[in-house]
Design a protein around this ligand. Sequence first.
Ligand code: SF4
Length: 85
Amino acid sequence: MEVGESKKLPFNVPGKYFTTELCDGCAYCAAVAPENFDFEKTSNTYFVAHQPRGMEEEEFLQEAMDDCPVDAIRVEGQLQPQAEP
Ligand code: SF4
């Protein structure tokens, strides 16, 4: 599936949030939302292993998405990263 200039990684669980092949494995997202991201070592990428379960996890995931250095975290239905407020 094409997502803007990048492709959704196949490891993501189905749902609202996902990572793309832009991910460079920096691990920031897993530090911010450890319950939601996991590492795939053969590709050196992080993926969404659990969609947020509740508002707190949703906020952590949003924070990871906002601060991902390469804009690799996306929301279904949005081709581009969310604009800054
Ligand atoms: S913050 Fe972005 S680039 Fe870093 S591991 Fe997570 S998805 Fe990949």
